[in-house]
Design a protein around this ligand. Sequence first.
Ligand code: UD1
Ligand code: MG
Length: 468
Amino acid sequence: MSTARVAVVLAAGKGTRMRSAHAKVLHAAAGRPLLAWVLDAARGAACQTVTVIVGHQGDEVRAAFSDQADLRWVEQREQLGTGHALLQAAESVPEDALLLVLSGDVPLLRPRTLAALAAAAADGWGAMAVAELAEPGALGRVLTRVDSRGALLERIVEHADASEEQRAICLINAGIYALPAREIFGYLRRVTPNNAKGEIYLTDALGAAARDGKPVRLVALEDPSEAWGVNDRRDLAAAHRRLLDRHALALMDAGVTLLEPARTVIEPGVMVGADTVVHPDVTLLGQTVIGSGCVLHQGAWLRDTVLADGAVVQPYSVLDGARLASGSQAGPFARLRPGAVLEEDARVGNFVEVKKSRLGRGAKAGHLAYLGDAEVGAGANIGAGVITCNYDGERKHETSIGRGAFVGSDTMLVAPVRVGDDATTAAGSVITQDVPDGALGVGRARQRTVDGWAARRPRGGGHSHKKE
Ligand code: UD1
Ligand code: MG
């Protein structure tokens, strides 16, 4: 049969049931647009080219993938059905190619399923993926026949066109096919919109081929969720959860403890090392990488954050673009923003915000502080309520705090400023000048004591202490 294997992804549909201002295939499941998952599967199946059919809100779809130079785009101007959509690719794929047809709204598909479809097509005329679903919903129902080699397609009945009896069939069409290009385009040109939706159904072209005696092999999906198509928000939630669950299972198999997998969100791109323990309600997003032996306590929210082995995130902390070395700790209730770095054994505690700042080995900021654009030396102690005043209304300035420095509670460090190695600032100081190594910086009004104040204190009528 054919030499080239090419993928065509149908993504032009209106997706009306999403009730959205945005294209259906751009809705995100597990952190990425539906279409991104499908494209991954196509790329993973050694396709020579990947062509995406776009139409309804097509500009928005193309823009979202404009950085992916390997994709080819074809427009379906009017959304006249899946068959019409595929037909738009007729000019852009080689006639002798094996077409892998994917739907942009079927995100759980795996590359190995496409490989199985290609193999099955080679053993017949074409092949399609099917699954037995307990709740087949509105998916197309598959009517079968058998030959000596196994099950074959008889025809596909769309839910909208199906009788009660046909709706009771649980074998559904996943909308993923391997088909000989020239012949399927021939069939598609002859399909008429003879159905409840008035659309040109790709499924009807397959039915016509089957009627002509062409063997369309059925490939049963090992994991039936691969067939889940997303047509509404309920489907979207189900696909999202299923993508997360797949990754959660893989992580557990690799030695990660997820105390309550259903209550964690770990996006599939996130790596987690063995013997790390993830408590409930933890969210790990984006390019996050977690080492081994880490603990992520309840409510930790991490995005694009790297934890070395043995780092700990205490409850309800938000870490975005941060890096934690071994033995370091953040939280509870810490907020680490991009560029926050904790070296070995450094600690950031309750209600401490850190942005673009490095805390050296063993440095500590335990309570209620803001560290922005700061370099904190090893072993330094940042007292409660310390603030780096890094912004003068126009520009950001840097603060440097030396090794072993002791920054007293409620110190305002007006940047640019340096507190030297082993230097101290007095509690409540406003430090506007550098404090040399080993020195004490005091920047506050001296206390005045007024004896006998209570007796002289004015008392308002409403606050009388006199007995009635
Ligand atoms: C389709 C199948 C159904 C199958 C299901 C699997 C048909 C007629 N039905 O139904 O048998 O069970 O997928 O998920 O094929 N699209 C276009 N242009 C159009 C219409 C649709 O590009 O004019 C695209 C959509 O963007 C979508 C895909 O084709 O990505 C499927 O279309 P959709 O309308 O979701 O079809 P289903 O009703 O799900
Ligand atoms: Mg669909």
